[in-house]
Design a protein around this ligand. Structure first.
Ligand code: SAH
Ligand code: SF4
Length: 439
């Protein structure tokens, strides 16, 4: 019998990191660690970092500074650093921060149970030959009716601004049978919506019956799992949207009408400098083809402003692309140089210029997002209830279009799909009442 110890994980950033944190917690569960929400009573603190755009190092070192103080009063406290910053700067972290006991890269999480028992300070940032997923314990009970499932990791695309190919390594797809088993297992435990995750999820090419499967084939197979009501996938690259994946949006009712399809810029010159390998025109045609398959679909995208060499005209081209697509949601970032990437060598756009562009771009995207939400008022949508709301008799969940919806529903249950009528739109959510039962 192992003693119970408490584990606090801080997750920085994206959904893939949230998924990884859950799997790490499960791996450490085999050594008696149970999750805690308070850092003060933890026996181990794990910082699951990311490296993509924010000042990841500064955040990490300021958190480590706080942990150093905590460790003065609690010498047995174990401190670990995981994720992309661990991968990129592992040895440097051990050197700079004596408080750190272990450093583990994203491909080595399955080795965590041994690492926590090792004497002294340990580091593992290899890209091991074995697949970590084969060595991680079975999924525990999911927290609600919505779950993420990583199907693909890494990236071979080498966009000029991005660290992912260096920190996460080459593209690797998990085999079909494992993913179907994991999906069935999640559904058996009450999950009704699964989001398939990958850095380039639509480049999926996992081994399955008859050879490598595409993402659309995997989606069609998963859609056959009874009780799995909804499927989504993210993040897609425009160059990997093949015909069958587009067709799946017309043919698979479980596939939700929402697609995150990052374009980054609307200027061909900048797209070329970014090494995106597609033009603005190609992206716009693609959007048209997807809309032809599923007219009700909403798009979201990522944008980078102030990429080295971006002129006023390039920026205007991005605004023009945004106007012609009409996005339901979007994420926009000011370019930040990541050491080791080709773009980091180029002269930067002045900060004031980039700030002003970001401001204008976000104002336009916010207008579009509001208009899309307003257009939902009066419509009937389906909401998967994820939790009770703050008001009595209120349930909260997501619509098909990933809008957060607060529903007045006295009898609503978590995990239920309810047909509701949208009454109003506020900044980041919709308000609705239940119209009838679906399940
Ligand atoms: N694989 C996905 C996204 C990965 S990173 C894709 O290709 O779209 C998520 C987002 O972070 C990117 O889409 C990009 O908009 C942003 N990003 C990545 N590196 C950045 C950098 N150096 N500066 C600013 N934003 C960046
Ligand atoms: Fe980064 Fe580009 Fe790969 Fe996305 S496609 S992870 S932005 S290199």
């Amino acid at each position: 019998m192992t003693d119970t110890k408490k584990l606090f994980i801080k997750t920085y950033g994206c959904q893939m990191n949230v998924y990884d944190s859950e799997r790490m917690a499960e791996a450490l569960g085999t050594k008696g660690y149970v999750p805690t929400d308070t850092v003060e009573d933890a026996d181990m603190v794990l910082l699951n970092t990311r490296h993509i755009r924010e000042k990841a190092d500064e955040k990490l070192y300021s958190d480590l500074g706080r942990l150093r103080k905590l460790k003065l009063t609690r010498p047995d406290l174990k401190v670990g650093v995981a994720g992309c910053v661990a991968q990129a700067e592992g040895a440097e972290i051990l050197r700079r921060a004596p408080v750190v006991d272990l450093v583990v890269g994203p491909q080595s999480y399955h080795r965590l149970p041994e690492m926590v028992e090792a004497k002294g300070r340990v580091i593992d940032t290899e890209f091991p030959a074995e697949d970590k997923f084969d060595h991680l314990p079975e999924r525990l009970s999911p927290r609600g009716p919505v779950a993420f499932l990583t199907v693909q990791e890494g990236c071979d695309k080498f966009c000029a601004f991005c660290v992912v190919p260096y920190t996460r390594g080459a593209e690797v797809s998990r085999p079909v049978d494992r993913l179907l088993a994991e999906a069935r297992n999640l559904v058996a435990r009450g999950v009704r919506e699964i989001t398939l995750l990958g850095q380039n999820v639509n480049a999926y090419h996992g081994a399955g019956e008859g050879g490598a499967w595409t993402l659309s084939r995997l989606i069609r197979e998963m859609a056959a799992i009874p009780e799995l009501a909804r499927l989504r996938y993210t993040t897609s690259h425009p160059n990997d949207m093949d015909d069958d994946l587009i067709a799946a949006h017309a043919e698979v009712p479980q596939l939700m009408p929402y697609l995150h399809l990052p374009v980054q810029s609307g200027s061909d010159r900048i797209l070329k400098a970014m090494n995106r390998k597609h033009s603005a025109e190609h992206y716009l045609r693609l959007i048209e083809r997807i809309r032809a398959a599923q007219p009700d679909i909403l798009f979201s995208s990522d944008f980078i402003v102030g990429f080295p060499g971006e002129t006023d005209q390039d920026f205007e081209d991005t605004l023009a692309l945004i106007r012609s697509v009409g996005y339901g949601a979007a994420y926009s970032f000011k370019y930040s140089a990541r050491p080791g990437t080709p773009a980091a060598e180029k002269p930067a756009v002045p900060t004031e210029v980039a700030d002003e562009r970001l401001h204008r771009l976000q104002a336009l995207l916010t207008l579009q997002q509001r208009a899309v939400q307003e257009a939902m008022v009066g419509r009937e949508v389906t909401v998967l209830y994820e939790k009770a709301g703050r008001m009595p008799g209120q349930m909260v969940g997501k619509s098909e279009h990933l809008h957060a919806v607060h529903v007045q529903d006295e009898t609503g249950r978590i995990g239920e799909l309810a047909r509701v009528r949208v009454l109003a739109s506020s900044t980041n959510s919709l308000a609705a009442v239940r119209s009838s039962d679906l399940t």
